[in-house]
Design a protein around this ligand. Structure first.
Ligand code: GLC
Length: 585
């Protein structure tokens, strides 16, 4: 990262600097055609600080060969749509060879593409086409576990003295049929599975088919770091690191504390005290950061670590800002109800926390019910979708979207256990019906399979709502959720305050309306107001004391539309779940 001071040298120095950077950029582009390095990136903030990142679940985005499953060429064919939406980077969930028990999160080869998604040549073409459109590609790196079909595990389980035995966590049981301790899998039941052939148990935080790698073994570390280099060399601009807080377990195998009650799988609730967030994780995160720092173009690390408090979350940035640039904020993602005080409190925690890392927000992903219904009240869901879009895209956090949220795609949960594809849904039925509901195919238009595929059957069914909520329909409707997303994304680029401004909460005592300013010293402040209640609200904004002199509001975007483009600061009307974004003049 370059300091801001470097942007203000004398004219001659500036000219020489630009010339040098242009030469460096030109050189980098020729040397590494896949790495976009622009003068702008090098001079200003790292690209990921202002990027809109868009998660693609490749099985469900676009099928190009008619087998009912999405693929890489399908993604490439939709890049113009993403460009037009305003996306800067795509994170693609795993497309490596896999038995697909966990739909790609059980990897059998980290350095190949699964034939059902295409070839390495297809991948390289995707990267180069994405770069032509200034879209970066972020890979999913799954370091905690492999598939039980990975050659490493096949070797490891073949005998106790196999050189790869120690690449996984093998232990003796406590007695016949008794696992080494009480640790539980996140996906239900014991985290230990007995292996008949060698008479020991192996540990798996997730499915039985996902044995955990032993991160205390230096060979494992080296092999997994080589994976990062492999994809960086193929043009990846960074990694979303799967389940990274779970890399280490207590070597002494202490039992986890049991909590009251039972979970959806019928097991006693448990605190994953000895298998999650062990301090050793930070050594690995520092090593990874050093590795990616050695590559041009500011590769980014995004961590999936569901940290329970802000204090835990900030640790992931590293004491010297030398670990993860963008730790996912699960606290904000999982408020799960529209509550102005609760969102205000969480945003405050970020503002007032001494560690000044870049926040990273998301509300949707492939593991959680979609916001359209999770935050929707059953009556105003489309309006609430716009409100959530505004919250996602107007704080200073880097926002992450999930395919289809820009359409108001909803969660379409299977209604019969025999239709469930996600094994979690079969183990947890009916309390936990799994994650199929948020993974249904992207809704493009009103043709067969909503334009996702030409197959007679798609891997998950097309939701009935696709007829109304799809790209083609919404592109023609100026009030659509899609248009709203596009508009907010473009405001982020147009208005310096929305891009760079500090976040300042205003009207702090309002129990219904979350309101904040984004404010820079040299440009008009932008006010964002979100009525998080079903009741219309009349709000007077008290901006004095915040260094804002303007006395009126110029509406930049409102949903529903405000009657007038100019408003005073007093008695602003916000209908149920109404949204206002305005420049303070
Ligand atoms: C992460 C993924 C999830 C997967 C799990 C195990 O939480 O997001 O989809 O099942 O890791 O790899």
């Amino acid at each position: 990262m370059f300091s801001r001071k470097a942007t203000h040298p004398s004219h001659l120095r500036l000219f020489l600097l630009l010339l040098l950077l242009a030469l460096v950029a030109g050189f980098a582009l020729t040397q590494e055609a896949n790495q976009p390095v622009s003068v702008e990136n090098t001079l200003r903030d790292p690209w990921w600080k202002h990027a809109v990142i868009y998660e693609i679940y490749p099985r469900s985005f676009q099928d190009s060969n008619g087998d009912g499953v999405g693929d890489i060429n399908g993604i490439t064919s939709r890049l113009d749509y993403l460009k037009n939406l305003g996306v800067d980077a795509i994170w693609i969930t795993p497309m490596y060879p896999s038995p697909q028990v966990d739909f790609g999160y059980d990897i059998a080869d980290y350095e190949k593409i699964d034939p059902q998604y295409g070839t390495m040549a297809d991948f390289d073409r995707l990267v180069s086409e994405a770069h032509k459109r200034d879209i970066r590609v972020i890979m999913d790196w799954v370091p905690n576990h492999t598939s039980d079909q990975h050659p490493w595990f096949l070797e490891s389980r073949s005998s106790r003295d196999n050189p790869k035995r120690d690449w996984y966590i093998w232990r003796d049981g406590k007695g016949p049929g008794k696992p080494p301790n009480n640790w539980q899998s996140w996906f239900g039941h014991s985290a230990w599975t007995y292996d008949q052939k060698t008479g020991q148990w192996y540990y798996h935080y997730f499915y039985v088919q996902q044995p955990d790698l032993n991160w205390r073994n230096p060979e494992v570390r080296k092999a997994m770091y080589d994976v990062l280099r492999f994809w960086l060399d193929h043009g990846a601009s960074g990694f979303r690191m799967d389940a990274v807080s779970r890399l280490f377990e207590d070597p002494n195998l202490h039992d986890d504390p049991i909590l009251p009650g039972k979970n959806a799988f019928g097991d006693p609730n448990i605190q994953h005290k000895y298998t999650d967030d062990l301090p050793e994780v930070h050594d690995v995160l520092r090593e990874i950061r050093q590795l990616v720092n050695g590559y041009p173009g500011n590769p980014v690390l995004i961590s999936e670590a569901d940290e329970p408090t802000i204090q835990d979350l900030v640790k992931i940035y590293g004491v010297n800002d030398d670990e993860v640039q963008l730790p996912m904020d699960f606290q904000v993602a999982d408020v799960n109800k529209l509550s102005a005080p609760r969102f205000r409190e969480l945003l405050d925690q970020i503002e007032f926390n001494p560690v000044a890392g870049q926040p990273y927000f998301f509300f949707n992903n492939h593991d959680q019910a979609r916001t359209w219904d999770r935050y929707g009240d059953g009556v105003h869901n489309d309006q609430i979708a716009k409100l959530m879009a505004t919250l996602l895209l107007t704080t200073h956090a880097t926002p992450q979207m999930y395919y289809g949220e820009e359409l108001g795609m909803r969660t379409t949960t299977p209604t019969r256990i025999e239709d469930v594809k996600d094994p979690v849904g079969r183990t947890g039925w009916p309390k936990d019906k799994g994650r199929d509901g948020e993974r249904t195919p992207m809704q493009w238009d009103n043709s067969k399979d909503a334009g996702f595929s030409s197959a007679d059957e798609t891997w998950l069914p097309i939701p009935p709502s696709a007829a109304e909520y799809n790209v083609a329909v919404e592109e023609h409707d100026p009030d659509s959720i899609l248009h709203f997303y596009k508009r907010v994304i473009s405001l982020r680029r147009e208005f310096p305050a929305l891009r760079d401004g500090a976040y300042v909460a205003v009207n702090r005592d309002d129990p219904n309306v979350l309101a904040y300013l984004r404010k820079t010293p040299n440009s008009a402040a932008v006010l964002v107001a979100l009525n998080m209640s079903a009741q219309p609200q009349t709000v007077s904004f008290k901006l004095s004391g915040f260094g804002v002199t303007g006395k009126s509001l110029e509406v930049l975007l409102a949903s529903p539309k405000q009657a007038s483009a100019q408003l005073g600061l007093e008695n602003v009307q916000l209908v149920s779940f109404g949204v206002l974004i305005a420049s303070v003049k």
